[in-house]
Design a binder for this molecule. Sequence first.
Ligand code: ACO
Ligand code: ZN
Length: 297
Amino acid sequence: ITNISEFTSSDGIQYVYLDDREIKTWFRSPFPPHLNRNKLLFVCQHCLRYTGSRYAHTRHRVKCPVTFPPGNEVYRDGILSIWEVDGREQVRYCRALCLLARLFLHSKTLYYDVEPFIFYVLTERAADGKCRLVGYFSQEKLSAADYNLSCILVLPTYQRRGYGHFLIDFSYLLSRRSFKWGTPEKPLSDLGLLSYRSFWTLKVCQTLQMLKPLAERADDGDDFNITLELLANLTGMLPVDIVFGLEQLQLLYHKPTSHKYSIRINDWQIIDSIVDRWNAKGYATLDPTKLLWKPMI
Ligand code: ACO
Ligand code: ZN
């Protein structure tokens, strides 16, 4: 994937200085005009204050008292934590998150109206005890559709290490705890689509694997059907996204005499090998028992 940059050579912020690294930006973001004149933007990774001046940034870092995002820690496992930040209470922080995301996301339109959203911020705790920003996703507090995730970002320095999956998994965990089925807001970016497709397929495999003992017993005469509804309840995924996963795995069987489809698994090894291949990557996995959270409504 190459990102089509909107930049001309002299246009907008081209690098963001975060976590002692200069990260090349992908798109233009509506930071205040006086900052957009700079090529390099300095961001405090703890409180997300931004400035165009290296001097001001260095001074800020010495005195910044913030060590974690301004919300409730709703998940902790080892050095990873997820923080629930209310857009209504932490307007400045959440706007800064959105502006940061826009530097890596073409279609993002939300920057200022953050109040209707909750932000789930993933951090890694460093040796000094301070929490480093890894990524986040936002969620509409009252979604008329079935959206459980509005916008997701993993900072480029942390990408392709499974954190996108981790955050997506977390968004579905929240759906399950609210007894809902969820799906991400559309349209998805190219990278969003790649990550979700990979996630949906893997999640269907993991869930089928879990059901395997029951399905095998059913082969011996018990009555047990793997239905879309069962998979949706177990994953929190909208049936249409489960169908995507099943199609990828070629597990949907069209009954010739009717317009109906059924789920048919002839070769469990394919499912096992997809899960094994993912597990072998050694990415962090979400442990649902570590969630400290109750639905707001
Ligand atoms: N190229 C090819 N495959 C990819 C890519 C990529 N750049 N990124 C993810 N995938 C697929 C791969 O199969 C990957 O597994 P692998 O790396 O082991 O091969 C799998 O998805 C999981 O990737 P993760 O490491 O979990 O994803 P990551 O942490 O990189 O985060 C994200 C993905 C959040 C989309 C990140 O790329 C990002 O922040 N992009 C910029 C912002 C954006 O586009 N957000 C989505 C907008 S859509 C929405 O918000 C509803
Ligand atoms: Zn700060």
